[in-house]
Structures are given as C-alpha cells and as structure tokens.
Design a protein. Structure first.
Length: 348
C-alpha cells in the first residue's frame, strides 16, 4: 500500500487533512511523515468534549478513555482487585468496616500503580501492568502501605513531566501541596516535603518553566520545617532495616537508575496538545518517583511499609523497561489491518 492510501486508510474522524493517531513502535517510525505519529497513550484531541470537560478544571487530570484496550483492561481489573482484596480481608477475620476499606484500597492501588507507572515510562504500556501486579501483591502482603503517598507521588511526577501537555494550574499546585503536607503528617515522613519542593523546582527550571512554582516549593519546605519542629526529623531514631529489605530496596534502586540512564528519547505526546513530551521532564519525573520512595527509608521498617506500593511500582517499571531495552524489544506496533481504530491496536 502506498503512503497516500495508507494515510487514507488510517484516518480517524476528527483529524483534518489526513492526520491520524496510530500506535507506534517506540524509537522507530512505522511509516513516513505523511502519517502523523503520536503516543500509544490515548489523546483527548480526538474528542473536543473530553478536552472541554476535564481541562476546564485541571491541567493534571487524565481521563481513562475506554475506547483503548489497555484502558478497558484496567477498568475491568479495578473491581476484581477490590473483590480480591475484600475477600483476603474477610479470610483474615477483619470487621465489615475493614473489609470495605480493603475493597477500596484494592481499587485505588491497582489504578494508582498503573497510572504512576504510565507517568514514569510513558512509552511502555506493558511495564505499567507489571507494576500493577506487583503493587497489588504488595498490598496483600504488607501492613499499612500508604495510599496517600502513592497519590502524592503520582501527582508530583505529573507536575514535572507534564504528560497532559499542559503546565499545572495554580489550583493544581495548591492541591498537590496540600496532598504532600497531608502525606507528611499521615506517614510521619518530613523529607517528603523536600521531595515535593524539588518537584516544583524542576517544574520551574525545566523547559517552559513557571516561576510561581517556587512559591509552592517553599510551601513544601515549610511543611517539612513545621513537622520537624513539632515532631523532629526522625533521622537515626528508627530501627535498622532487615538485610533482605535493604538488599531489595538497593536492587530496585540500581535497576531504576539504569532505566533512567537508558531512557534517551521519548516518543509519547501530551494528551491535550499532541506535542512530544520533553525528555528532560520525563527523566525529572522519574527522579521524583525514586526520591518519593527513598525518603521514607529514614523511618526504618515502618517507612518501607508506607512506601511499599511506590517501591513495587518502581520495581515493575525498572525490571520491564531494562529488560526491553537490553532485548531490543518494543511495546506497541500497528498492523496494516488496524486501520487506525483504537479498538484494533496491537500491543506487543
């Protein structure tokens, strides 16, 4: 099929001039420039109403577009995870209230870990499912993991990498600062404020930075300072980590740093703009993810438990991504018969 016929066959409704949105083989164009390549991540540009509804309120929200097979899979796995977590709680003899909390936690962890992994490695859909599985297993095995820390990490990474394609609004930054400060008190992790401050500093310093983010960086540091004055920083007060836990955390960290080093291009584009994501911003988001998990280590075993879902997510993306990089594999491809329909995209 020649280029003109291919472009015609793949044209999607709502894209003028034959511009199309198709899956891709990361790092390699699947056809020439007559066909516009964007990320396998769903773009809301195909539906102006979605753009209007969501971005009227926020620049860091991302819709779960069920027209995509991976998103449909996530939406189906969420209730199943809730049921499984609730059943596990019932088998432990938990109360009705505790079972309800377990059901909600199962749903939140499955979605949150998948979403965080998609922020950390935008080009690798399968890695997000590896992270999801590890995070859910961690929820069942570890006492008191912090869901608030998971959500705060997700939004901090999103502010830095701008996966939506838009800079965070002031209202978005206020919300994230509030989450960070709440998570500091919930997990007794004062250094999380320093991680939050670094995330806002990255957003101010990297390409198209916003100077007002320095204000929110200062607020995060103030949150750390206030908690420190009230409760102390806690360095040196915690019990030492068991050797197996320390070795696991070290191994995950090494693999994750290797993954960051191997990430030398990003093919995904912003949901709202279609513009390519910034490599430096995506890498910056990766660094924030690692620091958000690492800061809890000063609390000893309780800190590792609190950050265990984030650690599991980092482990999933690191293992999957490093393996893909060394094997020379790819994550998404488009077959000629797919005809540009998100329903028919083939993922590898």
């Amino acid at each position: 099929m020649d280029n003109r016929n291919l472009a015609s066959a793949l044209t999607l409704r709502g894209f003028p001039n034959g511009l199309v949105e198709v899956g891709y083989r990361p790092g390699r164009p699947c056809c020439n420039s007559s066909v516009r390549m964007v990320s396998s991540e769903p773009s809301i540009m195909a539906d102006p109403m979605n753009q209007h509804r969501i971005y009227k309120l926020t620049s860091i929200g991302r819709p779960l577009d069920r027209s995509y097979a991976t998103n449909r899979a996530v939406s189906r796995l969420m209730p199943l995870a809730g049921i499984a977590a609730g059943a596990a709680a019932a088998l432990r003899g938990d109360s009705g209230a505790q079972i309800t909390v377990a059901v909600l936690a199962g749903v939140i962890v499955v979605f949150g870990a998948w979403a965080l992994a998609r922020e950390l490695v935008p080009d690798d859909n399968p890695a997000a499912f590896v992270s999801m599985a590890l995070a859910f297993a961690t929820l069942l095995l570890v006492d008191s993991p912090s869901l608030l820390l998971l959500v705060a990490t997700l939004l901090l990474v999103r502010i830095v990498n701008r996966s939506v394609g838009l800079a965070a609004r002031i209202s978005d930054s206020i919300l994230v600062v509030g989450l960070v400060i709440t998570a500091i008190h919930s997990t007794h992790s004062p250094l999380l404020g320093a991680v939050g401050a670094l995330a806002f500093a990255f957003d101010a310093l990297l390409r198209d930075g916003q100077r007002h983010q320095w204000v929110f960086a200062a607020l995060c540091l103030a949150g750390t300072g206030v908690f420190g004055l009230q409760h102390g920083i806690g360095v040196g007060d915690a019990a030492p980590l068991p050797g197996l836990v320390l070795g696991s955390v070290a191994a995950i960290s090494v693999l994750y740093v290797v993954m960051i080093t191997l990430t030398r291009r990003i093919d995904s584009s912003g949901d709202a703009t279609g513009a390519p994501l910034s490599l430096s911003r995506v890498r910056g988001g990766m660094v924030i993810g690692l620091l958000a998990a690492s800061q809890a280590l000063i609390l000893g075993p309780s800190g590792v438990n609190a950050a265990s879902i984030v650690w599991a997510t980092l482990a999933g993306v690191a293992v999957a991504r490093v393996r893909t990089s060394f094997s020379g594999g790819s994550t998404v491809s488009v077959e000629p018969s797919d005809r540009g329909d998100p329903e028919n995209r083939t993922e590898r």
